[in-house]
Design a protein around this ligand. Structure first.
Ligand code: NDP
Length: 322
């Protein structure tokens, strides 16, 4: 089968198309023929070596497809079933193996591409808004990179909750989808100082929560726009890692809270994985959550997908089609 392998960490050029044998399922696993694989920023961290993965490895950790074979102990799935998953490496490939307790059934009304687009970014938006800081109707949230993959989903879900959403984006082209997703205000943080703008837009009060996946260039100012006892939810670093924080700042800036969550801890049990994925699939099937799959690439073009994502050229979701 064809797969994208990383033999040494580095830039997009280390993503190599290789031919390797199709995996055989372990007793508790299913092997899935992948119809669509999601491209996520975490893939770039693993490719670079910022997040350590033993080498060599087949990159990617989000996909949807059809079960092609199952291990000897598997009773819950059979060949032909449609499934999706996240959090298991090996999805930039024609086939991948995964333990069946990490696979969820894809309901009718949700396509393979939608399922692949929803598993990592959709469940992330869901746990950030319903778990990490449960956002309430009437509260105000600042969402950075609001036109990105997670960003557009965060904006829509926060809007549906009834919160006021202030989004940041780098360009006017990205402001449009962010507004369409439900952002009440959009700040071009490459042109205006988002700290000043956010203070102005909130009448000096500050926001209840900042959802920050950008990190290095936004974190510190983000602390300055929180209301007293507000929440900083730092969930990524697309601009780079945030340097160590002197905790006294949380006191002087208003008895603030900071959390640095990761999806794995919010889908750790089978029950939570099922509940969260069902909630997201339900929103998609009911038309409450629109997935903007604007960039599809052949498996062989994975390098280009990474260049586009890291080059801030994309909005919404990037998908590889093996
Ligand atoms: P995005 O589609 O959001 O792409 C990243 C965006 O970050 C860019 O489009 C860009 O938007 C913005 N950005 C700002 N500065 C830079 C920079 N210097 N270089 C590149 N991009 C920059 O990616 P994802 O939706 O896949 O991921 C968003 C974030 O969420 C990532 O940090 C990712 O690691 C994190 N994440 C965390 C999870 C968790 O559980 N903790 C799970 C899933 C994702 P603009 O041009 O508008 O500035």
């Amino acid at each position: 089968m064809k797969a994208i392998q990383v033999k040494q960490t580095g830039g997009p050029e280390v993503l190599r198309l290789v031919d390797i044998p199709i995996l055989q399922p372990k007793p508790n696993e299913a092997v899935v023929k992948i119809a669509a694989a999601g491209v996520n920023f975490i893939d770039t961290y693993q490719r670079e070596g910022r997040y350590k993965v033993p080498l060599p490895f087949v990159i990617g950790q989000e996909a949807a497809g059809t079960v092609s074979s199952v291990g000897a102990e598997v009773e819950t799935l059979k060949p032909g079933d449609r499934v999706a998953w996240t959090g298991i490496l090996g999805t930039y490939a024609e086939y991948a193996a995964a333990p069946t307790d990490r696979l969820v059934a894809v309901p009718q009304g949700v396509s393979d591409q939608q399922a692949a687009a929803a598993m990592l970014q959709g469940m992330t938006a869901h746990y950030l808004l319903y778990g990490a800081f449960p956002l309430q109707r009437g509260q105000t949230a600042l969402v950075h990179a609001a036109a990105g993959g997670v960003g557009l989903l965060l904006v829509q879900m926060a809007h549906n909750i009834g919160a006021r959403v202030i989004g940041t984006v780098s360009t006017e082209e990205k402001a449009k989808p962010a507004r369409e997703a439900g952002a009440d205000e959009v700040i071009l943080y490459t042109q205006a100082d988002f700290e000043t703008e956010t203070r102005r837009l909130t009448g000096g009060k500050g926001v209840d929560v900042v959802y920050d996946g950008v990190g290095k260039t936004t974190f510190e100012k983000g602390l300055n726009v929180l209301r007293p006892r507000g929440y900083m939810v730092l969930f990524g670093g697309s601009s780079g890692a945030v340097p160590p924080l002197d905790l006294i700042q949380l006191s002087t800036k208003g008895s603030l809270f900071v959390t640095r969550p990761t999806l794995g801890h919010y889908i750790a049990t089978r029950e939570e994985l099922q509940a969260r994925s069902s909630a997201v699939f339900g929103m998609i099937a009911q038309g409450k959550l629109k997935l903007r799959i604007e960039h599809t690439y052949k498996l062989a073009d994975a390098q280009q997908a990474h260049r586009d994502l890291e080059g801030r050229k994309t909005t919404g979701k990037l998908i590889l089609l093996p």
